[in-house]
Design a protein. Sequence first.
Length: 227
Amino acid sequence: MTRQRLSREQSREQTRERLLDAAHTVFMEKGFPLASVEDISAAAGYSRGAFYSNFDDKTQLFFELLRREGEGIDQEFHRMLSGPAVDPVALQEEVARHYSHLYQGDKCSLLWMEARIVALRDEKFRTELNRYLEERYRQIAEFVEMFSKLTNTAPAAPPREIAIGLMALCEGVSFSHRCAPDMVDGKTAESVLSWFLKASIAVPAAADVAAAEPRKTPARKTAAKKK
């Protein structure tokens, strides 16, 4: 069977993907400061030239890893929140279920731990991280607003504050689970994340919904009672 030759664009995309996958492994083994372009290129099976044909430096590659992971997470939230109006409680449960499993994502959570540590010591890296964080906060706040409109409910706090809390909690729970899995097991991690999200994007209780509905005025009797 003749192997189909890749186009130039397909070949470049394949090279980028291999470099990204190799970089993640190298960053986790050596840490961002000690990882070199040579290490990443060699792990991917390419030359330095191939690396620089796709990325300016290892910092750009690092943030591309974060962006790629973030886009994958966002796609599912978009799917849930872009549909027609649904039962608010059911939608809240679906969103909470998705969020409560994010701590399991190896690539995202481990990279964020590395990013935070590097940012504490490297001002230039911290500036880049803060720029990316603003993008993430904006996107998550947008999801909060979408949920609010779909369910006709008000969030428990300003959307941006909720976004900051959701990101920080997910990172913290993931870190705690990895450092002390006996104390913070999977069930506990999911429970903590789920109830926090539900409290942040709360839906009204059934009693509140009933109270908010306009009351029907009973029709007046017009016919006189027959004697």
